[in-house]
Design a protein around this ligand. Structure first.
Ligand SMILES: [Zn+2]
Length: 381
């Protein structure tokens, strides 16, 4: 007990301010227009993949797969808005991403429609063989759909439009890409003592992509922050070789329904029992209100270790726990019986799944403390 206590208290790590400097250079690249929201238009996901692979080449991480590849390809279908996505309301042109967004499954719709009020937050039109629905929202939140619906739904930011909606003109072109190619990126660093037992870190590098020719979702917090964290971990373990072989997975397809992690779990079944513990990292850009640990109430022993390290070192204000949740890539591992935590930071910026999730306003408040906490935790598992 005393021994553990001393370890908890005296382990020091070479974690410095330059880790957040490095994090910012990565987050800037991943949120640039070139990556176009790391999704399904303009080769955005592929550009992000190139950035990650380029960084990996400068570390001691080696390809995970037996064919000496970092990549695990899979295909998915996705509804995209390649060209026009224009909306005019009461003859006023609305700004895409700021005043309105289409629902991710919106079909192609061109025409002008008179609106009828359904309730205080919904207007609709059923004319011209297509149903149009206008939802008044406090905040616009986008996601990804693998198919088109039958209704053209538009979300309007009600803070930006105070008039009663009378008529709406839509010029929206969408199409389903049936076989979009995505890649998980997986690498490992060999353990110094235990090579048959694995520690796994994961973070998804995809985001929502873009809509039309110029609007995209940068996803700085979600999850360029987690990708930078994984790359920082790889740099760290390249200099400080881990006892256990450590695997790092950059998942694709998370925003489209945890597709990359599902694919990995389904195709690596024979190796899952080797995983001693998995930590999934998503939304690591804040932390002034601490962190949330999904599965914290499932793996109590590990959760107690985490909180012990935290209170001995005064890292974070709070470590909160919750039970199982299908809210990120740890989920399929949990379902397959792999012990796992999903860690995300709490507090700070409110931008989420919108065009405002940008690098400039991402504070990285507790980035270094979370890093110290997690590396310390893993070393004591
Ligand atoms: Zn995410």
């Amino acid at each position: 007990m005393r021994f553990v206590f001393l370890l908890l208290f005296f382990i020091h790590f070479a974690v410095k301010a330059q880790d957040t400097v490095y994090a910012r250079t990565i987050i800037k690249q991943l949120t640039s227009k070139k990556c176009f929201g790391r999704g399904y238009l303009k080769n955005g996901l592929d550009e992000a993949k190139k950035i990650i692979l380029k960084e990996l080449k400068q570390t001691k991480a080696i390809p995970y797969f037996e064919n000496n590849s970092y990549l695990q390809p899979f295909t998915q279908s996705v509804n995209v808005f390649k060209t026009k996505c224009n909306v005019t309301l009461n003859n006023k042109i609305l700004k895409l991403g700021v005043d309105f967004i289409p629902s991710p499954d919106c079909p192609t719709v061109i025409g002008k429609f008179n609106l009828t009020q359904k309730d205080s937050l919904t207007y609709f039109s059923n004319s011209n063989n297509i149903s149009v629905v206008l939802n008044l929202r406090k905040k616009l939140t986008y996601s990804v759909s693998n198919k088109q619906g039958l209704v053209a739904e538009i979300d309007l930011n009600k803070e930006h439009f105070k008039e009663i909606p009378n008529n709406i003109e839509l010029n929206i072109h969408s199409s389903v890409l049936p076989n979009f190619l995505s890649n998980n990126i997986v690498c490992k660093i060999k353990g110094t003592s235990f090579t048959d037992s694995l520690i796994v870190f994961s973070a998804h590098y995809d985001h929502l992509g873009g809509i039309g020719k110029s609007v995209y979702f940068p996803g700085a917090n979600d999850n360029a922050s987690g990708v930078s964290f994984l790359l920082n971990l790889i740099k760290y373990y390249s200099l400080n070789p881990p006892e256990y072989t450590t695997v790092f997975i950059f998942f694709a397809g998370e925003e489209a329904g945890l597709l990359g992690s599902k694919h990995f779990v389904e195709h690596q079944k024979q190796h899952l029992s080797k995983i001693k513990f998995l930590i999934n990292l998503d939304l690591l850009g804040t932390g002034n209100e601490g962190i949330m640990v999904v599965n914290g109430s499932v793996f109590e022993k590990e959760f107690n270790l985490l909180t012990q390290i935290n209170s001995s070192n005064n890292y974070l204000n709070a470590i909160k726990k919750r039970g199982k949740a299908a809210n990120s890539d740890h989920y399929w591992f949990t379902e397959a019986g792999v012990p796992a935590f999903f860690v995300y930071t709490l507090g700070g910026v409110q931008a989420y799944h919108d065009v405002f999730d940008i690098e400039k306003t991402l504070p990285l408040t507790e980035y270094v403390d979370v890093f110290k906490l997690i590396t310390s935790f893993v070393s004591l598992l």
